[in-house]
Write a protein that binds this ligand. Structure first.
Ligand code: PLP
Length: 408
């Protein structure tokens, strides 16, 4: 198979049509560039939906993956392996979830990690954990998870119902898992009102709503919500599948808000392109799950964990650049004064450009044809999630395509 039409017809004959795909077949990636089967180059402002955080074929990432693949890729969770152990310690430390007053020590046993393979699985696992915590302490019935309208948490059982967008809850998938209620984002009174029913065990939030349209939560709201959760012993869970692992310029999105959640989920960018997800819990949930309560065959295998360790090493020195480059991108887009842009928002390299008078999906297709890979989000937002290693020169090259394409 050499070209788009051959690959496309194989898809049509053999792959289920669950995606409306753009008319490009990518063959190769290098840094923040992608190349299609015809050899045409593109600037990547999507990073495989926030996955290729260290770009494509980063030499350190490739070396780590090849070395680990040659040594040991997988043995299952019936045995111990080293890469997952090191990765879990680093995640505990970076999240600060187990930190006591004297600092962030991931080795103190006050926080812990469960590894799985994707974002939805991470959300499923953390929901089980939250419900068991509440059941152990308060008995049956206190199982409701509050999530936000326009949220996105995945497409499986619990994570699908946790997603606060009715368009995902198609009647032909019924019956759905029970025990979810939704409140509008940034509306503290609506959250408080949920306290009356006495059946709530957790609040699940994305610090910046990603798929919903790059909608950052307000600092005041997050602080009040965190205090309200703590007071009522509702678990505060941050879904950091999109915002985590450096995307906002902090290791985790919640770290922009000065709050400490009880649990956070991770996936997407953590292993730079290999499937890895997980959730990190703090002291409250540290011993909630016991042997047999949860599991995953692949979860946290040495190959994916070695990739993730390389990602953390590459990102560590460049996190400040993520913040600066994000601010630079937002500023440059604003300076273009594009008539089809009504708002620019986001943090770090998670950027939403709200469109007016033109369909966001149409803009994404036009940009792609012009050599810039971007993403749609929500109903009308153009979303940029470039690799976190992107340079100013590559940002400028991508923005030049944006300006040329959207300038009337
Ligand atoms: C993408 C995403 C998910 C789902 O991740 P998958 O790996 O596709 O299952 C869950 N939560 C958030 C916030 C996401 O952005």
């Amino acid at each position: 198979m050499e070209n788009l039409s051959e690959i496309k017809s194989a898809y049509e004959s053999s792959i289920l049509s669950t995606y409306a795909r753009y008319q490009v077949a990518f063959a190769r990636g290098e840094g923040c560039k992608l190349f299609d089967t015809e050899g045409k180059a593109y600037i990547d402002f999507a990073a495989g939906v926030a996955v290729n955080s260290v770009g494509h074929s980063h030499p350190k990432w490739v070396a780590a993956v090849c070395e680990q693949a040659a040594q040991l890729a997988h043995v299952s969770n019936l045995y111990y392996t080293e890469p997952g152990a090191i990765l879990a310690q680093r995640l505990c430390k970076l999240s600060g979830l187990g930190s006591n007053k004297d600092g962030k020590d991931g080795k103190d046993g006050k926080s812990g990690v469960f590894f799985c393979n994707s974002g939805a699985e991470a959300v499923e696992g953390v929901i089980k954990t939250a419900r068991k915590y509440s059941h152990d302490k308060y008995g049956a019935g206190r199982h409701t998870i509050i999530t936000l309208e326009d949220s996105f948490h995945g497409r499986l059982g619990a994570s699908l119902k946790a997603t606060g967008q009715p368009k995902f809850h198609k009647e032909y998938f019924a019956p759905f898992m029970e025990g979810f209620r939704y409140v509008p984002a940034n509306d503290f009174a609506a959250l408080e009102a949920q306290g009356k029913s006495g059946d709530v065990c957790a609040l699940l939030i994305e610090p910046i709503q990603g798929e919903g349209g790059i909608i950052p939560l307000c600092e005041d709201y997050v602080k009040k919500a965190a205090a309200f959760c703590a007071k009522n012993d509702w678990l505060l869970i941050c879904d950091e599948v999109q915002t985590g692992i450096g995307r906002t310029g902090e290791w985790f999105g919640f770290q922009n808000y000065g709050v400490m959640p009880d649990a956070v989920t991770v996936a997407k960018g953590i292993a730079g392109g290999l499937p890895l997800g997980g959730f990190i819990v703090g002291e409250k949930l540290r011993d909630t799950l016991g042997a047999g309560d949860h599991g995953s065959t692949y979860g946290g295998n040495p190959l994916c964990c070695a990739a993730a360790l390389a990602v953390l090493d590459i990102l560590e020195p460049i996190l400040p650049d993520v913040k600066n480059n994000g601010a630079y991108m937002r500023e440059k887009i604003a300076e273009m004064n594009l008539p089809c842009v009504s708002e620019i928002r986001g943090r770090g390299l998670m950027i939403g450009v709200k469109m007016k008078d033109v369909a966001h999906t149409e803009v994404v297709a036009k940009l792609l044809a012009a050599g810039l890979v971007a993403l749609p989000a929500g109903a009308d937002v153009l979303r940029f999630l470039p690799p976190l290693v992107i340079s100013r020169a590559e940002i400028d090259a991508g923005l030049a395509i944006l300006e040329k394409t959207l300038k009337p």
